[in-house]
Ligand binder design. Structure first.
Ligand code: TYM
Length: 332
């Protein structure tokens, strides 16, 4: 039997997940289920690269796990776990830090963006080496594919560079992973500034939809979404607000953007906004019910993350042993 390809991906428990996380990544993970050997992680170690209240981190970590399952990931088919439960991530990350360069890490646009938002005295070394921990996550599992949104492309490029550098120095050790970025909604944009991505760290609550937002809130946020003064529904870069709404609609209903444009001929933006809100609400309702249910069943979640960590650990250890031997560490 041919060996299944390996998938690895993760999300930070830095708050509740957004429609961007869902359409850009999570929904694709669900669609890929069954065809691959898959590992999906809640990256709590990444979340503490910026200040984080411990009780919020605990709550959000369980919430993200519940979101994964509620969105349709089946713990019988995929491995779900919490990053800090598998110490091999921290160990490999240290070793890879010693094969990563200051210059390349300084060029990471997410580091530049995130550090711009912080007081310069509060930028941690962890934030700077964030991409190295991400490389360790991926390379530990010898992942072939990494399904993420467009904003993670640069982090995957540095992961590939680090893997190739290590392989060249010590012989074939890591699979060099490919990004797996869906073309349709690689980037869900802010509802308030359609030229920047939808992000939960936005100071304006109207800019993003959270997976847990109630129907009234979703309607209100779409109603207030920023568009343009052209007044005709078109799918073009000149109308980024409308394009974003069409992308969201299209990803959920599987209708092609051109079909949606035809459907809205002669209709105004208000109708499009109402309808997009409606499909989003219908998509999220069953997920929200399931999240509520799962969060009331913490024992079940605990079973999942314990079993997941055991499976992940076994796979991670194989790689870590090999890496330690290659760099010259004496086995105990
Ligand atoms: P995070 O938590 O910021 O985002 C999780 C996933 O959601 C995608 N995403 C979006 N996609 C489309 N439109 C948006 N507006 C949007 N916002 C977020 C992200 O691209 C991502 O796929 N560094 C990663 C977490 C990570 C990871 C990994 C990912 C840690 N280790 C290993 C893959 C493999 C991150 O920042 O995720």
């Amino acid at each position: 039997m041919e060996k299944k390809k390996v998938i690895f991906s993760g999300m930070q428990p830095s708050g509740s997940l957004t429609l961007g996380n869902y359409l850009g990544a999570l929904k694709n993970w669900v669609n890929l289920q069954g065809q691959y050997e898959s590992y999906y992680c809640v990256v709590d170690m990444h979340a503490i690269t910026v200040p984080k209240e411990p009780k919020h981190l605990r709550k959000n970590t369980l919430e993200v796990l519940a979101n994964y399952i509620a969105a349709g990931l089946d713990p019988e088919q995929v491995t779900l776990f919490i990053q800090s439960h598998v110490p091999a991530h921290a160990e490999l990350s240290w070793i890879l830090n010693c094969f990563s360069y200051y210059g390349e890490l300084s060029r990471m646009t997410q580091f530049k963006d995130k550090s711009r938002k912080q007081d310069s005295n509060a930028i941690t070394a962890g934030l700077f080496t964030y991409p190295v921990l991400m490389a360790a996550d991926i390379l530990l599992y010898q992942a072939d594919l990494v399904p993420v949104g467009e904003d993670q492309r640069q982090h995957l490029e540095i992961t590939r560079d680090i893997a190739q550098r290590f392989n060249n120095r010590f012989s074939e050790t890591f699979t060099v992973p490919e990004p797996f970025i869906s073309k349709d909604v690689a980037k869900v944009m802010s509802l308030q500034d359609p030229n920047s991505k939808m992000s939960k760290s936005d100071s304006n609550e109207n800019a993003y939809i959270l997976l847990m937002d109630k129907p009234e809130k979703i309607k209100r946020k779409f109603k207030r979404s920023v568009t343009d003064s052209i007044g005709v529904v078109n799918y073009t870069d000149d109308q980024p607000g409308i394009k974003n709404l069409i992308n969201i609609y299209s990803k959920i209903t599987n209708k092609k953007p051109e079909e949606i444009v035809t459907d809205y001929e002669g209709k105004g933006y208000a109708k499009l906004k109402e309808d997009v809100a409606e499909v989003v609400i219908a998509e999220l309702e069953p997920i929200q019910e399931k999240i509520d249910y799962l969060l009331k069943n913490k024992d079940y979640l605990e079973k999942i993350y314990i079993a997941g960590a055991q499976k992940a650990e076994a796979a991670a250890h194989k790689t870590l042993r090999k890496v330690k031997r290659k760099v010259g560490f004496i086995p105990r």
